[in-house]
Design a protein around this ligand. Structure first.
Ligand SMILES: NC(=O)c1ccc[n+]([C@@H]2O[C@H](COP(=O)([O-])OP(=O)(O)OC[C@H]3O[C@@H](n4cnc5c(N)ncnc54)[C@H](OP(=O)(O)O)[C@@H]3O)[C@@H](O)[C@H]2O)c1
Length: 246
């Protein structure tokens, strides 16, 4: 059977890699190489960009890839777009594994915003203590809003200083739990949270903690996605087997 390429970098991709190993499906998990210490995996791993669409096409053909599962983060729009184009060109079946969006529940004080720039604009005004829970890539969008005291949480210690006059950095990788998230928000006197609508369980606890503390959340919504998509690992396994005619 030809190898299945999993485009990863998410908890779901790791779960899928485990499930494919258990099912004895020949998977290869691909990381962009953003984190210093990626989790150990039960399938072969490759690390680093492919070199755009051309590089991905070349990789797919060279490795004899039979299917591609795009299990990347909902905000990783470029690799998803590249995967669609490369799979279309080569005729290799592609499936997107994507966790459902978070939806507000009673007691939540969310403001939905289309992108980081809108979230930065919404933060204009009086100085506040802001938990900028967006990872490291988009911090620059907030560089023009310097009156706040920022709390950042990053997977790895920053190589270059964050672009803020007043900020604290905590290092941490999910999954997080509500009690610890609440304690973190209280310790830093957080008044407002900015986050991406990533979905999934690992990062949800901060939203529960915000609800308990009555804190507002600026929720940056996902970029649009396209193509066939499923939400569960079992659905991907079924797709692999259906494709085999099993
Ligand atoms: N964006 C987020 O908020 C976020 C959060 C958590 C985890 N992640 C994970 O971090 C990675 C990078 O995210 P991003 O937002 O920088 O992605 P992106 O903007 O969509 O992709 C930028 C470039 O990174 C390379 N790349 C991305 N994912 C890759 C993968 N799984 N395997 C090999 N190359 C990959 C590709 O380089 P080439 O063009 O050279 O092939 C791609 O063009 C993704 O794997 C994603 O799942 C992202």
């Amino acid at each position: 059977m030809r190898p299945i390429l999993i485009l990863g970098g998410t908890t779901e991709a790791s779960h899928l890699a485990g499930a494919m190993a258990d099912a004895q499906l020949p998977a290869i998990l691909s990381y962009a190489g953003r984190t210093l210490t990626p989790r150990a995996q039960p399938v072969p791993v490759r690390i680093g960009g492919f070199g755009g669409v051309e590089g991905l096409v070349e990789y797919l053909l060279r490795e004899g890839i039979g299917r591609v599962v795009d299990a990347t983060h909902p905000f990783a729009a470029k690799i998803s777009r590249n995967a669609r184009t490369a799979c279309h060109r080569t005729g290799i079946p592609l499936l997107r594994l994507e966790r459902p969006v978070w939806r507000p529940a009673a007691g939540d004080r969310w403001v939905s915003l289309p992108d980081m720039e809108a979230a930065a604009a919404a933060l204009s005004g009086v100085p506040r203590r802001v938990f900028l829970a967006i990872g490291r890539q988009h911090l620059g969008a907030f560089a023009g809003v310097q009156q706040h005291r920022y709390l950042l949480r990053l997977v790895d210690p920053p190589v270059t200083p964050p672009p803020f006059r007043d900020c604290s950095v905590v290092i941490g990788r999910g999954p997080f739990d509500t009690g610890a998230e609440r304690a973190l928000l209280e310790r830093h006197g957080t008044e407002i949270i900015v986050t991406k609508n990533a979905g999934g369980e690992g990062a949800r606890a901060k939203l529960h903690a915000a609800r308990l503390l009555g804190l507002p959340v600026l929720m940056v919504e996902r970029p649009a996605s396209a193509g066939e998509s499923v939400a569960r690992v079992e659905d991907v396994l079924r797709w692999c087997h259906a494709d085999l005619g099993v």
